[in-house]
Design a binder for this molecule. Structure first.
Ligand code: GLN
Length: 189
């Protein structure tokens, strides 16, 4: 197994550290050729406009779409925005997942928060909440077609979705000590 982490901008190092800890070989993806031989790809949190513009500049858009046809991809926060089909704003998007997302919908940087997320599918039997960290996070407004919401906050806000082998989370599992979401993604491979 070899997992790529899109390393245009954002907190790719944090994802790599967790994968390293899990004994998974990783590759920083900055150019189309970096996608060769990967079994999956993570698109980190950061600034979706910057990630999108750099992906265009480095001719990554079509290679990423081709990769996504066959392989699992996980987008966290800005990564979720980048994967969404609908965001109601004009910026470069991979636009593969049938989800509607609203950027910065939880407020500004100072409104960042941590919430206990009860995501039963993460552990068999054990229902320890997942510490979900939201930083100027996008809201998952709707999951359509084959895309399904897989986790909600206690107030009903959808914060994670899956469409086949593609996963999105509006929070940052890479900023916690809890590696269950990373293990869940590896399980999709
Ligand atoms: N607010 C950022 C955006 O709209 C996402 C923030 C994040 O990834 N923590 O791209």
């Amino acid at each position: 197994m070899k997992i790529g982490v899109l390393a245009c901008q954002g907190d790719f190092i944090e994802h790599i550290k967790i994968l390293f800890h899990l004994g998974v070989e990783t590759v920083e993806v900055r150019l189309p050729e970096d996608l060769k031989g990967l079994t999956g790809l993570i698109i980190p949190g950061g600034e979706s406009t910057t990630i999108g513009k750099l992906a265009v500049t480095y001719n990554l858009m079509e290679p990423l779409r081709g990769f996504s046809d066959k392989k699992p991809i996980w987008g966290t926060c800005a990564g979720m925005i980048f994967l969404a089909k609908e965001i109601g704003m004009d910026q470069p998007l991979l636009g593969i997942m049938d989800i509607e997302v609203e950027r910065n919908a939880f407020g500004r940087q100072v409104d960042s928060f941590k919430a206990d997320l009860y995501a039963r599918f993460l552990d068999k039997g054990d229902s320890k909440p997942f510490p979900a960290i939201f930083i100027r996070a996008p809201k998952l407004i709707a999951a359509k077609g084959k895309a399904k919401v897989i986790a909600k906050l206690t107030d009903g806000t959808a914060v994670a979705a899956r469409e086949g082998k593609w996963l999105v989370t509006s929070f940052h599992p890479e900023l916690t000590e809890d590696n269950r979401f990373h293990r869940y993604f590896l399980g999709l491979i």
